[in-house]
Design a protein around this ligand. Structure first.
Ligand code: S3P
Length: 463
């Protein structure tokens, strides 16, 4: 074990525990694993398309593997070679009834999007999840799918997993205004709409991530999107064809950890290559820049869904998915407090725990509002972030829909309570990397990072 390794993180497997120290300086260049949201959608659409799809850059995280196993359980053949997943699509009507309960594990995206697909199958299925997922709300998907004709039974009238689904074909088309700003609900309904006998339209008042719309276009499905109204015609079999190859860009939500670290740390410069910068995902970048963060966006390229011209080296890696990518460079910065509320919230929802940590290092008050959705993520992130930041000496007040944070306050090492939430574990590893004191921060269950970023602690070891 080198001194340098010892200086930053020690992973102790038994018990599953990490000791994290603050490094004096961080100068590094890295890339992050494939985008989680795009990886789920790539597997689902490749499974439902006609023809073979090779997916490059897939995220091999537990959440995405749950989606993979689910479609395999419904008869889709997949093979892995050199880190590339090749899927033999069965066509929109080619899935077969699963013989066992479908298990979404910890993955809300798997559960909610797959419900949309299952609604349009003429077979019976049962969907379950882990201890965290069975507590997360499903009525937001179940209710509109029932309006489309699916029969769904479940705990508390179908508000929670496990759910039993009697799909129906064709489903009734739907015009539906989303009551919560949720890309998972929007996507579930767009997938169900493929099986509807007519045109369905989903309306959103606040924009959410649009990876499903982009990916559907990549698979040749005509889909219109104007002023928050997204419409598609059901029965799209003829046009639902594999693009052949898909390259998944790096996950902005994973890059966000390194952006946060670089801007907070006393002596840091981090370059992150090949990051997806879809504007429906990059609210965190905008907020950091508004706080004074020094972050450069380099070699931005946009790739057309149908495989338009590639510009620059970063562009090639998202060929055919219609997603913009860039390299990001972040360095030590002087930060000011800010207010984050309203329309931007869905565009940085997964990065809000990190933003709360960054806010402790900013001059003045930071207020986060309108983020009550944080309470129904993999954990109650409003409560869990506040509790951990307080343990590290920050001035944080949890509110009903966010936090009030006063800074700057130095963070001190602490033994943090265990969490089964991957983003909480990783966000507080970043907090630990800037904590000052003569002992390490103790983080329990670091292995939970495998849900979305299996190599996270390997990166820490290399600082
Ligand atoms: C996701 C949408 C968001 C996000 C989640 C991934 C997706 O959830 O928090 O991590 O891939 O569609 P909601 O749609 O529930 O806001």
């Amino acid at each position: 074990m080198s001194l340098r390794y010892e200086a930053v993180v020690r992973l102790l497997r038994d018990p599953d525990r990490a000791e994290i120290y603050s490094p004096k300086a961080i100068k590094t260049r890295l890339s992050v694993p494939g985008d989680k949201s795009i990886s789920h959608r790539a597997i689902m659409l490749a499974s439902l398309a006609e023809g073979e799809t090779a997916i490059h850059g897939l995220l091999w995280g537990e959440d995405v593997l749950a989606t993979k196993h689910m479609f395999e359980a419904m008869g889709v053949k997949m093979r892995v070679m050199d880190d590339r997943l090749t899927i033999s699509g069965v066509g929109l009507n080619g899935l077969t009834a699963p013989q066992h309960v479908l298990h979404a594990g910890n993955s809300g995206t798997t559960a909610r999007l797959v419900l949309g697909v299952l609604a349009g199958q003429d077979f019976f299925s049962v969907l379950d999840g882990d201890d965290s997922l069975v507590r997360r709300p499903m009525a937001r998907v179940v209710e509109p799918l029932r309006q489309m004709g699916a029969r769904i039974e479940g705990r508390e009238g179908g508000r929670y997993l496990p759910l039993a689904m009697h799909g129906i074909r064709p489903l009734k088309p739907i015009v539906y205004r989303l009551p919560v700003a949720s890309a998972q609900v929007k996507s579930a309904l767009l997938l169900a709409a493929l099986y509807a006998g007519g045109e369905s339209c989903i309306e959103e008042t606040v924009p959410t991530r649009d990876h499903t719309e982009r990916m559907l276009r990549t698979f040749g499905v005509p889909i219109s999107s104007e002023n928050g109204r997204i419409c598609l015609q059901g029965g799209a079999e003829q046009r639902f064809v594999s693009p052949g190859t898909i390259s998944v860009p790096g996950d902005f939500s994973s890059a966000a950890f390194w952006l946060a670290l670089a801007v907070m740390h006393q002596d840091a410069e981090i370059i992150i290559e090949n990051v997806g910068i879809n504007p429906t995902r990059t609210g965190f970048l905008e907020v950091l820049q508004a706080m004074g963060a020094e972050i450069e966006v380099i070699s931005v390229s946009s790739v057309e869904p149908t495989g338009g011209t590639l510009q620059g080296p970063a562009a090639s890696s998202s060929a055919l998915v219609g997603e913009p990518v860039a390299n990001l460079m972040a360095r030590t910065s002087t930060l000011n407090g800010t207010t984050v509320a309203g329309e931007i919230i869905p565009r940085l929802i997964d990065e809000l725990p990190l933003l709360a940590i960054v806010a402790t290092q900013a001059q003045g008050r930071t207020i986060v509002r309108d983020a009550e959705e944080l309470k129904v993520k993999e954990s109650d992130r409003i409560r869990d972030v506040a509790m951990r930041l307080q343990a590290m000496g920050a001035s944080v007040l949890a509110t009903d829909d966010g936090w009030i944070i006063d800074g700057p306050t130095p963070l001190k090492p602490a033994e943090l309570p265990p969490s089964s939430d991957h983003r909480i574990a990783m966000a507080f590893s970043i907090a630990a990397l800037i904590a000052k004191g003569d002992r390490p921060t103790i983080l329990h269950a670091p292995s939970v990072a495998a849900v979305s970023y299996p190599s996270f602690f390997e990166v820490l070891k290399n600082f």
